[in-house]
Design a protein. Structure first.
Length: 561
C-alpha cells in the first residue's frame, strides 16, 4: 500500500466513523431543540397515565388553565395532544386535515370490526369509499327524504311517553332505534330479535374505545397470543362474525324487496342499487348500513335523554318553547317540518342540548400521519389528538359566564331570530343564507359570502362583524373529513321529537317516594358510561299539556300510519 493510498484509506475510515457520529449528534440536538407543547410531567414508563381519571375531559380542561390551548401528554410512550380552544381545533383538524384526519390503530377494534366500522376505520381506500357512499345517502340535500318516517316515529314516541309512566330511557332508545331502522332498512325494528344483537354489539364497541379495556392496546405483542388463550381476541372475533351475519341478513331482505320492486326509499336500498358505483363489496355495504343503526341510535338516545333532563331541571326553558309553539302552531294541530323555520327558540334548544351535553366529551381521536409544527410547537408523527369537546363547548370566553348551564337564549339574536353559527362550529344546519344576513344587518353580501365559505378565526370574525349576527354553535359532531355523516338527519329527528313532545305534553320531575315531593335533579350533575356522559336520571312525569292534546295526537297518528 502506497503512502497516498494509505492516507486515503484512513480518511475514508475516519469519515465512516465521524459522519454517522455527527448525524447522531445532530439528530439528538434537533430533538433537544424541538419545542413540544407544554404539559404536566409524568413518571418513567407510565408517563401521565395515573394523572387521568374516568372523566379525562375534566383533567384536560383543568390542564388548559395551567398550560394553555395545547396540552402534550405521554401515556406509556404514546404521545397525546389535547386541543382546548376552537381556534386550535379548527386549525389542526379542519385546515390541516391531511395530517390530522387519520385514526389511531386499535387492536381490539381491528379484530371486532375488520376495519369496516367507519368511525374507527384508518384513513385509506376502504375508509374513503365507505365515507363517500355514506355521504351520498345522508348529506343535507337528501335528508328531507326521511322526514315522513321521522314524523311518524315522533308521534309514536310522544304517544308512548304519555301512556307509560316509567322506563323513559328504554322508550327513547326503542324510538331512536325504530326510526333509524326505518330510514336505513325501510322497516321499524319493533324491538324484535335484531334489537338485543344490536345492543350487545354496541356494548362491545363502547368497550373497545374505553381506555384500559385490554392490555393489548399497551402491549401490542399480546395480539399474537392465540385466541384460545386471549379471551379479548376471541370475543372480538366472534363479535365480528355475528355482526357481519346480522347486517348481511338485513341487507339481503332489502335486496329481495328491491328485486321485487316492492321497496320504498331507504339508505340500504340506495346502497344496493349503487353498490357497484361506489365500489362496495356486499360485506362493506352491510357494515355501512349497520354502522348507521349503531351510531344513530346511541347519539339520538343520549340527546333525547338530555332533552328530558333539561326540561325538568330548567322548567322556564320548557315553558318558553311551548309558548313559541302555541304562537306559531296553535293547539288545533301537531307541529310539522313546515314549522321549522318559524321556531327559532326550539331550534336553539336543539343546538344548546348538543353544546351543553355532548355525547362524547373528549371528542373522537385523531392521529397525525407526519411530523407537524403549530404555533412554534413540534407535534410528532403518530400523535393521538383529542379535541376536548367539553372544553370547547363550555368555554366561558365564548359562551359567557353561564356556559355550564342550559340556556338556548344564548343563540337568539336581538331581533328574536336564531343567530347563525360561524362555519368553524360545524353547525351547518343552522347557517342562514347570505342575503338574510345582508337584509337583517346591512352587511356587504360578497364579504359575508367569503366569511361563510371558509374557516376563520372566531376573534377575527367578531372583530369584523357585529356580535349579534353570529354565536358559535357546538363542535359535538366532530371536525373535518371525520365530521358526523348523519348530522343533518339527526338534527331533523331532534327537531320533530322536541316539537311533538313539547306541543302535546308537560314534563315535570318524578315524585320522590320517600319525601312525596318532586325530585328536582341537580342542574350540573351527570354520570358517565365509559367515555359517554348520561343524565343521572331520565325518569319524569309526562302528562297531556291541554285537554285536546291526546285526541289530536291520536287523530294525527291515525292519518299517518
Amino acid at each position: 500500500m502506497t503512502l497516498q493510498s494509505e492516507s486515503r484509506f484512513y480518511y475514508q475510515l475516519l469519515a465512516a466513523v465521524l459522519i454517522p457520529a455527527l448525524f447522531v449528534a445532530w439528530a439528538a440536538r434537533l430533538r433537544q431543540n424541538r419545542k413540544y407543547p407544554p404539559g404536566p410531567k409524568g413518571i418513567p414508563i407510565f408517563g401521565n397515565l395515573f394523572q387521568l381519571s374516568t372523566r379525562p375531559w375534566i383533567e384536560f380542561s383543568a390542564f388548559k388553565e395551567q398550560y394553555g390551548p395545547l396540552v402534550y401528554l405521554n401515556i406509556v410512550g404514546q404521545p397525546l395532544l389535547i386541543t382546548n380552544t376552537h381556534t386550535a381545533a379548527t386549525d389542526l383538524f379542519d385546515r390541516r386535515g391531511g395530517v390530522y384526519s387519520d385514526r389511531p390503530r386499535s387492536i381490539v377494534a381491528d379484530y371486532l370490526t375488520g376495519g369496516l366500522y367507519l368511525p374507527f376505520a384508518r384513513h385509506g381506500p376502504t375508509w374513503l369509499k365507505l365515507r363517500r357512499a355514506g355521504h351520498a345517502f345522508m348529506h343535507k340535500g337528501v335528508a328531507h327524504k326521511y322526514r315522513d318516517t321521522q314524523f311518524k316515529e315522533a308521534l309514536t314516541l310522544t304517544h308512548h311517553l304519555l301512556q307509560s309512566p316509567s322506563g323513559r330511557r328504554r322508550q327513547l332508545f326503542e324510538s331512536a332505534e325504530a326510526s333509524i331502522h326505518s330510514i336505513v332498512y325501510d322497516q321499524p325494528s319493533s324491538g324484535g330479535p335484531v334489537y338485543p344483537k344490536m345492543t350487545d354489539f354496541s356494548t362491545l364497541i363502547n368497550k373497545a374505545v374505553t381506555p384500559l379495556f385490554t392490555p393489548a392496546e399497551f402491549l401490542p405483542l399480546m395480539q399474537y397470543v392465540p385466541s384460545w388463550l386471549a379471551g379479548w381476541k376471541r370475543r372480538a372475533q366472534q363479535g365480528f362474525v355475528l355482526f357481519s351475519e346480522l347486517c348481511e341478513g338485513l341487507l339481503e331482505e332489502v335486496a329481495k324487496r328491491v328485486d321485487a320492486g316492492d321497496d320504498r326509499p331507504s339508505m340500504a336500498g340506495g346502497l344496493i342499487r349503487e353498490r357497484e358505483k361506489h365500489g362496495l363489496t356486499n360485506l362493506e355495504a352491510a357494515w355501512l348500513s349497520g354502522m348507521m343503526i349503531l351510531v344513530g341510535t346511541e347519539t339520538n338516545t343520549l340527546a333525547m335523554s338530555w332533552f328530558l333532563y333539561a326540561m325538568i331541571a330548567y322548567p322556564d326553558k320548557q315553558k318558553r318553547c311551548q309558548a313559541e309553539l302555541d304562537a306559531v302552531v296553535g293547539r288545533s294541530r301537531m307541529p310539522t317540518f313546515e314549522d321549522l323555520e318559524k321556531l327559532p327558540y326550539l331550534r336553539a334548544t336543539i343546538r344548546e342540548i348538543l353544546r351543553w351535553r355532548p355525547s362524547i366529551p373528549v371528542g373522537a381521536r385523531h392521529y397525525t400521519t407526519k411530523d407537524d409544527w403549530y404555533q412554534g410547537y413540534f407535534i410528532p408523527k403518530g400523535t393521538i389528538c383529542f379535541p376536548n369537546v367539553w372544553s370547547l363547548n363550555h368555554d366561558p370566553a365564548i359562551y359567557g359566564t353561564d356556559a355550564d348551564h342550559f340556556n338556548p337564549g344564548r343563540f337568539i339574536d336581538k331581533d328574536g331570530g336564531l343567530s347563525p353559527a360561524i362555519p368553524a362550529t360545524k353547525d351547518g344546519a343552522f347557517l342562514i343564507p347570505h342575503h338574510d344576513l345582508h337584509n337583517s344587518h346591512g352587511l356587504n353580501p360578497p364579504k359575508m359570502q367569503k366569511v361563510c365559505l371558509r374557516f376563520i378565526d372566531l376573534h377575527t370574525f367578531r372583530s369584523k362583524y357585529p356580535l349579534s349576527i353570529a354565536v358559535p354553535g357546538h363542535v359535538s359532531y366532530g371536525f373535518g373529513s371525520r365530521i358526523c355523516l348523519g348530522r343533518h338527519i339527526a338534527n331533523d329527528a331532534l327537531f320533530i321529537n322536541f316539537a311533538s313532545i313539547l306541543w302535546a305534553t308537560s314534563i315535570s320531575p318524578a315524585m320522590n317516594a320517600n319525601t312525596g315531593k318532586p325530585d328536582v335533579p341537580d342542574k350540573l350533575a351527570y354520570s358517565n358510561l365509559g367515555l359517554l356522559i348520561v343524565p343521572t336520571t331520565t325518569e319524569c312525569v309526562i302528562q297531556p299539556r291541554f285537554d285536546e292534546a291526546e285526541g289530536i295526537l291520536a287523530q294525527t297518528r291515525e292519518l299517518c300510519m
